[in-house]
Structures are given as structure tokens and as C-alpha cells.
Design a protein around this ligand. Sequence first.
Ligand code: FAD
Ligand code: NAP
Length: 335
Amino acid sequence: MVNFKNNISLLPYNTFGINVKTSSFIHVRKTDHLLNALKKKSFEKILVIGQGSNVLFTKDYPGLIILMDNHGIEIIKENQKEVIVKVQSGENWHQFVLWCLKNNYGGVENLALIPGKVGAAPIQNIGAYGVEIKDVFLSCNTLELSSLTFKEFNPDECSFGYRDSVFKSKLKGKYIITSVTLKLQKYPHKVNVSYGNLEKILKGKKKTIQNIAESVIKIRSSKLPDPKIIGNCGSFFKNPIISKSQLKDLIKTFKEVPFYSHSKDKIKIPAAWIIEKLGYKGYNENKVGVYKNHSLVLINLGNARGKDVKLLAEKIRSKVLDVFSISLEYEVNVW
Ligand code: FAD
Ligand code: NAP
């Protein structure tokens, strides 16, 4: 059973710490309850949230917010090499990673300490330190909002991309993910420590999944603001992907530009470097700031309004376009 609540504050439900209201709200602890609730009442606008660590509310929400809080981790199948695990969408992502480490299941260790819930992980194909959820993803179960029927999506149907999927583009807001099924490895694991300084941080330590996760947690804790203390949604912008010819032009003016190969003819530029180059690192206005240790992270300096966060984001975007001729895309979902 779920209770519909009206006119409630979303402050506890978004890590930016924005105080807006929603007209209606339900807290879903079981998948069956979700279907029953949506059959009972219909809404023109519906938004599902997990931990609210990738949403920015710029105004009150004029519809139903659904908070997914359904729990359960189930082993569906296993053999000597692999294990297939079905995880309910309301499980906390990092707690799930810890569960994998405890059971010695490999594949998600590089994704340790990413905030949010399991149901949101495929939405932007969460990624960090050279690994994305698509690397272990088998399928997800969903409820289609228009028909109230359940549909399973396989990896091809999810069209995973860089911080992207069909659920963030063509099918945005049309499906609620109720569970995610992942294929993990048993020992010996195929680990990935090729990213940045991960190998260096591991130093003489064995490259076990537990040590990799520990290193990732250490680096992340030193660089990123804890949303419990400073409101934020992690990277506000995606790293731009540009063509090789654009890079050639860029290097003419900025010889030192860092870049990484993205695909055969595309290059990824760290947006944090661009923003820092423009002098925004540590900048603040209207209770909104650019984090001093990481210029891709916009922060709430206390009682900021969502629309002021968006104003600063737009200011940065337009400056980047002027100086670098690069159009930055929001990674955060802005409402
Ligand atoms: P929410 O913010 O609640 O929702 C995000 C979007 O997904 C919304 O559009 C929402 O409608 C939709 N959604 C949520 N749940 C469901 C569901 N069950 N079904 C359908 N749609 C749903 N992201 C990375 O990829 N890599 C990182 O390394 C990373 N680091 C971060 C560090 C910090 C400090 C913070 C604050 C954020 C970081 N993020 C990172 C972003 C964020 O953690 C992820 O995007 C995460 O998956 C969001 O989960 P959530 O439950 O908070 O989603
Ligand atoms: P970083 O190591 O300072 O590097 C800056 C950017 O350069 C990263 O965003 C990364 O792109 C890219 N990069 C660095 N080394 C790379 C390599 N060897 N191969 C390909 N790309 C490389 O980055 P950071 O900000 O501290 O973040 C570390 C990791 O955590 C990154 O993967 C980042 O995406 C992730 N993270 C994400 C968020 C978020 O909210 N989305 C927040 C914090 C951290 P990629 O982003 O493509 O990896």
C-alpha cells in the first residue's frame, strides 16, 4: 500500500538540497504497490526518483513524484565463473557494490561510492575509472507509464552511450525501472586499472577488487564534496566529445589541452579543464559555487535556489561556447 501525499517539500529527496515542493508524492517500497498506486490515480506529469543525486529542481514540480525504495538482491543463476544477480531498483548503488565485494563478485569495483540507487544506474549508464554499468548489464525490468505494462529491456534496446541511454533520450520519462540484472565475475576477476592514477595509487598492493574499490573510494573522497555536507549532483556537465579536426583547431590556441580518444574519430576533452581554464574554479554567486577541488561540480553554498544553479550553469556554458566553440551538455537532469 502506498499513501499519496500532497504539497510536500523535496528538500530531503535531492542531493543539491533544493527546497521546492511537489503537488503529489508516493514512497514505493514494493514493485506491486507501484502498479496498484498508478492504477488508482492518473497524473499528467510523473517523475520517478531514486536518491535525487542527478536532478536539479528549478521550480515546484506540478505532478507526481515517485520515490523508488523497493529492496532485494537475488542470485538468478551461477556457474564456476559467473553469477547473475537481479537487484531491485530501490537498493543503494554503493551498498550493492559493497555486497559484491563481500561476496568476491567482480565488475563493479571501479564504480564504488557513486551516489544514487540501482534503478537510476542504467539511465545515464553510470561510469567512473574506465568502467560503465553497460559492461556488466544484462537487462532491466520496467513499467511503462502510458500502458501500465511491464517490459524487459536488453542491452541493445537500452542504446547505452557515454553517460547516456535510451531512458535519458528517446524514452525519457516513459518507463520506471523496477529491477536491474547484472552479470558479475567470480574469482579470478578481470580487473581494469588502466584509468588515470588508479594503478599508481594501488602501488605495491595486489590488484584485488577490494583494493581497487578502496583506492577509488580514497580518490573520490579526497576530490568530491560529500552531498550530505555540501549540496551537489557530481559533474554538472558531460565531458564534450569533439571531432579530430576540432581538436586540431583547439590545439592551435591551447597547446596544453588534455584529451582522450573516445572512438575511431572522436576525442573527449575534460570539461573540468575547460571550466578551470576560464577561471571558474572556486567561483561563486547567489549562494551557488564551482567547487574549489573540482570545477565540474556546482555546489549549493546554503539555501541556493535551483534557478540560480541553472543561471550559473548557463553562464559557464555560454562562456565555454564563446571561447572554445564547444557546446557543453548538462549531465544533470534539470526540471
Ligand atoms: P536520481 O537523481 O533520483 O534520478 C536521476 C534520473 O534518473 C532522473 O531523470 C530520474 O527520473 C531517473 N530515474 C531515477 N530512478 C529511476 C527509475 N527507477 N526508473 C526510471 N528512471 C529513474 N554519475 C556517474 O555516472 N559517475 C560518477 O562517478 C558519479 N559521481 C557522482 C558523485 C557525486 C558526489 C554525485 C552527487 C553524483 C555523482 N554521479 C555520478 C551522478 C549520480 O550519482 C548518478 O547519476 C546516479 O545514478 C543517480 O542516481 P539517483 O538514484 O540519485 O537518481
Ligand atoms: P579525472 O581523473 O580528474 O579526469 C578528468 C576527466 O578526464 C575524466 O572525467 C575522464 O573522463 C577523463 N579521463 C581521465 N583519465 C582518463 C583515461 N585514462 N581514459 C579516458 N578518460 C580519462 O576525473 P575525476 O573528475 O576525478 O573523475 C574520476 C572518474 O569518476 C571519472 O571517470 C569520472 O567520470 C567519474 N566521476 C563522475 C562524476 C559524475 O557526476 N558523473 C563525478 C565525479 C567523478 P570520464 O568522465 O569519461 O571517465
